[in-house]
Design a protein around this ligand. Structure first.
Ligand code: ADP
Ligand code: MG
Length: 729
């Protein structure tokens, strides 16, 4: 009965690092080998076609059908040389993964044979139907089919024998059904709004890009051990398991030497990532045992999002070649840290200026402060929405615990920057901008040492921290599509920059010089958004009270947090920037609530099954052994002596009975609660019922299972234990 656990433990112990096929050239040479990047476009496309494609990529210029045909022909020629036989529109539905439906290039040639074809039409648009993806009711009518459309701003790539074409996924009626369509709209909104604001400082700026550098945390678990844990297999996390006697107390894993089996996995992953054009750079052990991190160099946001989606699927695939399973769940194990995905975000111009980085002159610093303060205002105005953008049934386990950002969005600026903002707030406008000197104007904005901020001042408890030349949105979940957070953040900043410009322009119209108009509006904002600034300990209880006093969103219930998407100010923000309509927002929320319910529902079912098939039978068997022993003791000893010698065992027998009966009763109650909740028609109400009644039961039942694990004979316990899952590598 226990053989599976012990045989997988034994195998896991003996597992050796797998050999990795290392290319015989340098990383810089194999970088982008499987990507139809500019270099290959130039090689495989006629020069006029190349120019038109680059224009479409950089400036969103429309592309004619005949150009698309030529691009497709070039792509196919390149792909054929790599042995590619299929193509797919690769898209990001409202699940946590990516979707693809492969089609072969083959077509009938009309003469009884086959030919290989890939036309512009097939490149540009496809109707995958894919009617089973969550859509929140947008596609309930039969004619509302979904189709995917090529996103030329993210290059096509080859995986195995398939040409993958990044696409948006939209309904025939135009509503987006994915993450990419609204992301592209949000990026275009922030581009336009930021360019307009940049023109106060430099009329030559034509484009502002949002940048994203994600840091992906993950766990690796030996594949055999994983297979022996149905909860990991089906829910991505352990629904039970007592803490190992040792976990992360000694902090001996963090930044420690990377175990050799893991190092082989990382090496393999990095090679394949680089070949796919993902600029991976950093790898290290994380805080929890068997937890690791991977980070690339930051890229343009849309591309970075695609690359993160791609790396997550690569990790899943490559882990299996090394006898591991990768856990991207935000909280696979109780009692040790969970996994996040820090989103390092900034804006930068086509003239090479990082707008979130301090400059050298007072004018440059005014521009820097303009973007910092507007970002703070955006985060302040929409702090509840930003929290909603990173919230999920799985991330809810991590937030608010003493390891991850609290379920309250605030921003850490550090000493230097705080001082500058305080100075601006306290001085009068006349102090800040005075006439004088050769330039006719003197700006009293203190110098900000560039490197100092980055290296000395860190606050790991802040969900939205300034780190020198960017903000780090730390609350994003490890499993999430970064697009969700990036849509909300970029749209909020776009809206804010538009408001800022209209306020500054109004002052300029009244005759105020540009710089003083900007300074005046910024001073007003610095005062207004003060509640979002918090440099203290985000984990503390006092902060929760203080944040509530400041009027920040302190809601902790995941399904209720989703309401933020439908608040009037959120709808106004998304509609005014052209990113999403009310209808789309409503549909997406239906999906969020439904997904939440399903996740908890699955966990409840899995827990019920494990209890009835593993925990209770094993505990009862062990209890029977004890009972048997107690009876036998009576045959050996006098009644009094037997009773005293068996006292401990009798207590154990009782304890086991108490735990198992609690567990059985509560599993029954959980089934009954599910039945009640399942009858609720409204998705939001149903999700709230799951959150309020069923989710807490999972924890209560778990408590008793974990107690049993401590009592029952280890030899009989069927499920691999935490010490095995977390320490064998
Ligand atoms: P840590 O926060 O652990 O110190 P790193 O210094 O490795 O992490 O950086 C984290 C990520 O931030 C990397 O992907 C890096 O490329 C990215 N990053 C650095 N500068 C910027 C920037 N200006 N905008 C966006 N991302 C950036
Ligand atoms: Mg970081």
């Amino acid at each position: 009965m226990t053989s599976l656990r012990f045989s997988v433990v034994e195998k896991a112990f003996q597992a050796k690092p797998q050999p990795v096929a290392v290319p015989d050239c340098r990383p810089s040479e194999y970088f982008g080998k499987y990507v139809f990047n500019r270099e290959k476009m130039f090689k495989y496309l006629p020069s006029t076609v190349y120019a038109r494609l680059v224009d479409a990529m950089d400036n969103g210029a429309p592309m004619d059908r005949d150009i698309a045909d030529e691009v497709a022909a070039g792509m196919k020629r390149w792909a054929s040389e790599l042995g590619v036989t299929h193509y797919t529109h690769w898209f990001q539905p409202l699940t946590e993964g990516t979707a693809e439906k492969h089609d072969a290039f083959v077509e009938h040639d009309g003469k009884g044979g086959m030919m290989e074809e890939f036309s512009g039409k097939l490149l540009v648009q496809q109707e995958p139907d894919a009617s089973s993806f969550p859509n929140g009711g947008i596609r309930n009518t039969f004619e509302a089919r979904g189709y995917s459309a090529w996103d030329p701003s993210s290059p096509v790539f080859v995986v195995d024998d398939t040409l993958c074409i990044p696409t948006v996924f939209i309904a025939y009626t135009g509503e987006s059904l994915d993450y990419k369509a609204p992301l592209l709209k949000a990026l275009s909104a922030v581009n336009k709004a930021a360019v307009d604001v940049c023109h106060y400082f430099d009329p030559d700026v034509k484009k502002v890009m949002a940048y994203l550098g994600w840091e992906q945390e993950y766990f690796l678990v030996d594949e055999g051990l994983y297979a022996a844990r149905p909860d990991l297999l089906l829910t991505g996390r352990t629904l039970m398991g007592h803490e190992a006697s040792k976990n992360q107390q000694l902090e001996d894993h963090y930044f420690g030497a990377i175990p050799s089996r893991v190092a082989a996995f990382m090496k393999d992953l990095e090679i394949q990532a680089l070949e796919l054009g993902i600029p991976v750079k950093t790898r290290h052990n994380e805080v929890a045992p068997n937890q690791f991190e991977l980070a690339p160099i930051f890229e343009e946001c849309n591309l970075a999002v695609d690359h993160n989606m791609l790396i997550m699927s690569l990790m899943r695939k490559i882990a299996r070649n090394h006898g591991f399973r990768v856990l991207l769940h935000e909280k696979p194990f109780k009692g040790v840290n969970g996994s996040g995905k820090h989103n390092n975000w900034s804006l930068g111009t086509d003239t090479g200026v990082l707008l979130m980085a301090p400059g050298k002159t007072a004018e440059e610093n005014l521009r820097f402060i303009t973007f910092i303060v507007n970002t703070l205002m955006a985060v302040y105005r929409h702090n509840g929405l930003l929290k909603a953008s990173i919230m999920s049934a799985t991330n809810a386990h991590r937030l608010g615990a003493n390891e991850a950002p609290p379920a309250i969005i605030s921003s850490f600026l550090g000493d230097q920057l705080s001082k500058v903002l305080d100075h601006m707030e306290e001085s009068t406008s006349d102090d800040l901008v005075s006439l004088g000197g050769k330039h006719g104007l003197k700006l009293d904005i203190p110098q900000i040492p560039e490197l100092l901020i980055d290296n000395t001042d860190r606050n790991r408890t802040s969900p939205f921290a300034f780190t020198g030349n960017r903000f780090e949105f730390r609350a994003v979940g490890s499993e999430a599509n970064c697009a969700s957070a990036m849509i909300a953040l970029n749209t909020a900043v776009a809206e804010q920059l538009i408001i800022f410009k209209s306020e500054v322009d109004a002052l300029i119209e009244k005759g105020e010089p540009n710089v003083s108009a900007i300074v005046q509006v910024l001073r007003k904002y610095i005062k207004e958004c003060k509640p979002i600034r918090f440099d203290g300990n985000g984990y503390s209880e006092e902060w929760k009270e203080e944040a509530a006093r400041r009027g920040l969103d302190c809601e902790t219930s995941c399904p209720v947090i989703f309401d933020n998407y439908l608040k009037p100010e959120s709808i106004r923000m998304f509609e005014s920037t052209g990113v999403m309509t009310r209808k789309e927002l409503e549909a997406r929320n239906e999906v969020k609530w439904e997904t939440y319910t399903k996740k908890i529902q699955i966990e409840a079912r899995v827990l019920g099954d494990l209890v009835m098939n593993h925990i209770v039978p094993v505990a009862t068997e062990y209890q029977s052994k004890l009972i048997d022993n107690v009876f036998k003791m009576k045959g050996l000893f006098a009644e009094d002596e037997a009773a005293s010698l068996s006292a401990e065992n009798i207590a154990l027998i009782k304890k086991i009975a108490e735990h198992t009966s609690y567990i059985k009763e509560h599993v029954d109650a959980m089934v009954a609660a599910r039945k009640v909740a399942n009858k609720i028609a409204d998705e939001r109400e149903k999700a709230i019922a799951y959150h309020d009644t069923i989710a807490p039961m999972l924890e209560q039942i778990r408590y008793h299972i974990d107690k049993l694990e401590l009592i029952v004979d280890d030899q009989m316990w069927t499920l691999p234990k935490y010490r095995e899952l977390l320490f064998i590598r």
